[in-house]
Ligand binder design. Structure first.
Ligand SMILES: C[C@H](O)CC(=O)SCCNC(=O)CCNC(=O)[C@H](O)C(C)(C)COP(=O)(O)OP(=O)(O)OC[C@H]1O[C@@H](n2cnc3c(N)ncnc32)[C@H](O)[C@@H]1OP(=O)(O)O
Length: 719
């Protein structure tokens, strides 16, 4: 638990040291105010240093206070903190205050530092006004002081993108005045404060600094272009625009008045549904590391350096590329020379694409490629730490591979299968090492999305789970841990989403209208853009398995076969639902509807009133496409596959681009309730069949009139 007060951590003949608690709260501010006023009234103290504890300056304001989770701060209280405390007590103090910053200095914590008369940091400190990621704005004067310290252009970039900079970069920007090694930080800060006292260094009031601000005409142009960009990037949220207005007010009129506007805006924004959803997203992404029965064990992850990937074509070369780009040594194993050289060429091509799109340099490419080797046997598996098996779906083949792996690999090696058809238990049936068997699933778009699924059985050891979580994090993926079942838990939700879009298009709703409706709702990409990215060949294979496994609730589409028949394969060959130019830019294809979709509709024997769906509003389209995915998510919760429903919120945001500011697919359903979801699905299932049939979980929650969310009690997070 964060401490509720600021504390005196030392004093000497001339200076006084105060430490912030890890998170700022109203009580911390009151305590800090009291302490500082006490010190200011002492004749023996010339200057004050504000610092953090245990190498952490401050994590900023306790965000549970926002988003309606705890307490209600009034505008008066918010104004009190920003004006009476930060401005009139800290900044206006008659003794110099210097912030000594190590570790994180975020949000309200950094804002306190901005009001000090100088800032000294370590080179590795992390500084940022991260408030916009919670749907609010900097509320302790950051909107006014940051532009005056680093210039408007840079401040907007940092605030609007919640960007964090390290100490070195902060010095370059004049956000801090000097860098010091951690062990000398307090000494340097103390000397700096005494230098200010003795007039050897300037006594700077950030709120009234103007030398870094751009001339008025230029400043207005910068603000306007920031508005246009903010609207383009996120048309459904208000807070970036509100923040820009508040910044502008301080520049065109008076920064002190703008502080009141800032407090007023904070008071409004903290009550918005966007803020509630974003705070939910923030905590959901931390919750995923709380694994019942494991997180309390304090296990340390073991190092994974060498990974072997066995077979499987497209998927294996994608995974190999991702791994070598993150410095893993990778062995690709194939059945024959031909497959092997194809896979290695594909991995090389993937790397070249990275260079072409400016994501890697030629040097990176060469370094990464040198980490990849190809083999036809298991001779080199003696030092492998992890195996990823991506072979075709044949149980006997997989069982044989796992039995071989047990013979050739070291005792600690983790075996993962990519199978979505067979249970992990059956895949590992011919081994004696069920404790080392798990599954890792990358998203349908493996390289792009920052998400990964780790599947375990009752037999999978906690250590293996911890190792795989660490592996995922090193790949910069957010991993969620799920229980083994046939299929790919999270991908099932996404395949359903994509099939729902195909179902509607075959019933007459224009493909581009569907994508546009979903993108306006906030999805990163519309479903057809996603299918194009996955590629028709891969998507047909995935959906075929899905249809075979759960025929009663999947949708068997003919559309993709029709398109493939006409040599459309998705973005990979420049022709999918969209047409692509040489730079990969997508354009609608006027021929799509008349030539292919009507044909597919006819072949599908659509029996419903075909004119009906063409009249759907955008909201209805969004619901008809996302509710089936929500239905699938609820099934996953009901079967106890995920630890908590918010894990699926994380999966939907990071795996398929569900809008962060709606909190994730399950959280979003709170905005209309389980009864509504049930009634809509029920109605569509009568009209269009079992694809829409609500699952038992929705039935149950709707009958009880309660939310679709499910919590868990595990409280400790660090793995
Ligand atoms: C009025 C002001 O302008 C408004 C604001 O200040 S908004 C707040 C801005 N602050 C931030 O964005 C900081 C976000 N937090 C972080 O970046 C990191 O948590 C940190 C650098 C502070 C600490 O990192 P680390 O040591 O790895 O610990 P981490 O596991 O992330 O967090 C520790 C615990 O604190 C919680 N926590 C983190 N930041 C929090 C915050 N700002 N408020 C409340 N709880 C927070 C985490 O959920 C976690 O709780 P748990 O143990 O129950 O799961």
């Amino acid at each position: 638990m964060p401490r509720k007060t600021a504390v005196e951590i030392g004093a000497d003949a001339t200076s006084f040291f105060l430490s912030l608690s890890c998170f700022v709260t109203f009580l911390v501010i009151l305590s800090l105010k009291e302490n500082i006023e006490g010190v200011l009234s002492r004749d023996d103290v010339k200057a004050i240093v504000i610092t953090g504890l245990n190498g952490k300056f401050s994590g900023g304001f306790d965000v549970t206070v926002f988003g309606g989770i705890q307490g209600k701060k009034t505008k008066k209280e918010l104004g009190f903190m920003s004006i009476q405390f930060v401005t009139d007590t800290l900044e206006a103090a008659k003794k110099p205050l210097v912030a000594a910053i190590d570790g994180p200095a975020f949000g309200g914590g950094l804002e306190i530092a901005l009001a000090c008369h100088a800032r000294i940091s370590t080179s590795s400190a992390q500084l940022g006004l991260t408030e916009l990621q919670y749907g609010i704005l900097p509320g302790l004067g950051g909107t006014q002081r940051l532009p005056r310290l680093v210039g408007l252009q840079k401040a907007l970039e940092m605030i609007l993108m919640s960007k964090r900079v390290n100490g070195k970069e902060a010095l370059r920007l004049s956000l801090v005045d000097a860098i010091s090694p951690a062990d000398k930080l307090l000494k340097v800060a103390r000397q700096w404060s005494l230098d200010i006292f003795e007039c050897r260094r300037p006594w700077v009031l950030s709120l009234y600094k103007t030398d870094k601000l751009e001339p008025m005409g230029e400043a207005k142009a910068i603000l306007n272009s920031a508005r246009i960009q903010a609207q383009r990037q996120n048309p459904n949220v208000m807070h970036p625009l509100v923040c820009i207005d508040v910044i502008e007010q301080g520049i065109v009129s008076d920064p002190r008045n703008a502080l009141w506007k800032e407090a007023e805006a904070l008071q409004e924004l903290r009550q918005s549904s966007t803020c509630r959803s974003l705070v939910h997203t923030f905590f959901s992404q931390r919750q995923i590391f709380k694994i019942p029965g494991i997180s309390l064990m304090n296990l340390q992850p073991r190092k994974i350096s060498k990974v072997a990937i066995i077979g499987g074509g497209l998927m294996s070369s994608e995974i190999a590329t991702m791994l070598i780009l993150r410095n893993y040594q990778v062995i690709l194993k194939e059945k024959n020379e031909k497959n092997l050289s194809e896979e290695i060429s594909r991995a090389k091509e993937n790397l070249q694409n990275q260079v072409k799109h400016g994501k890697a340099t030629q040097n990176d490419l060469e370094k990464a490629f040198s980490l990849l080797s190809g083999v036809l046997d298991y001779d080199n598996f003696k030092e492998v730490d992890l195996v990823i098996e991506t072979e075709t779906e044949s149980l006997s083949l997989k069982q044989e591979i796992f039995a071989e792996l047990e013979k050739w690999c070291p005792q600690h090696c983790i075996f993962t299968s990519n199978s979505s058809t067979f249970s992990l238990r059956s895949v590992g049936e011919r081994t004696k090492c069920q404790n080392r068997i798990a599954r890792v699933h990358f998203c349908l778009l493996p390289a792009g999305m920052p998400f990964m699924e780790i599947v375990r059985t009752e037999g999978t050891s906690p250590q293996v789970t911890v190792d795989l979580i660490d592996f995922g994090r090193k790949l910069r993926k957010t991993p969620i841990v799920v229980i083994d079942r046939k299929g790919c838990t999270v991908n099932d939700m996404f395949v359903t989403y994509l099939l729902a879009a195909i179902l509607l298009s075959e019933r007459g709703v224009e493909v581009y209208k569907i994508d546009q409706a979903l993108e306006s709702f906030g999805m990163q990409f519309g479903p057809f853009r996603i299918i194009d990215m996955i590629g028709f060949q891969a998507f047909v294979a995935i959906s075929k398995m899905f249809v075979e496994r759960i025929p009663d609730r999947s949708y068997k589409s003919i559309l993709l076969s029709v398109l493939q028949h006409h040599e459309r394969q998705g973005r990979c060959n420049g022709k999918g639902f969209y047409k692509y130019d040489n730079c990969g830019k997508a354009y609608p294809d006027p021929e799509l509807n008349n030539k292919y979709i009507k044909k597919a509709g006819n072949l599908s024997n659509v029996t419903v009133d075909a004119a009906k769906p063409t009249k759907l509003s955008d909201t209805e389209i969004v619901e008809m496409i996302l509710f089936p995915a929500l239905n699938e998510a609820c099934r996953i919760i009901f079967e106890g596959i995920v630890i908590r429903s918010s894990d699926l919120d994380v999966a939907s945001v990071l795996g398929i681009g569900f809008p962060t500011y709606r909190g994730g697919i399950i959280y979003w359903s709170n905005s209309f309730g389980s009864k509504y979801v049930h009634s809509r699905l029920e109605k569509w299932s009568e009209e269009y069949g079992d694809f829409f049939k609500p699952c038992d979980y929705i039935l149950q929650k709707s009958a009880e009139g309660i939310s679709l969310e499910k919590e868990t009690n595990e409280t400790k997070s660090k793995l």
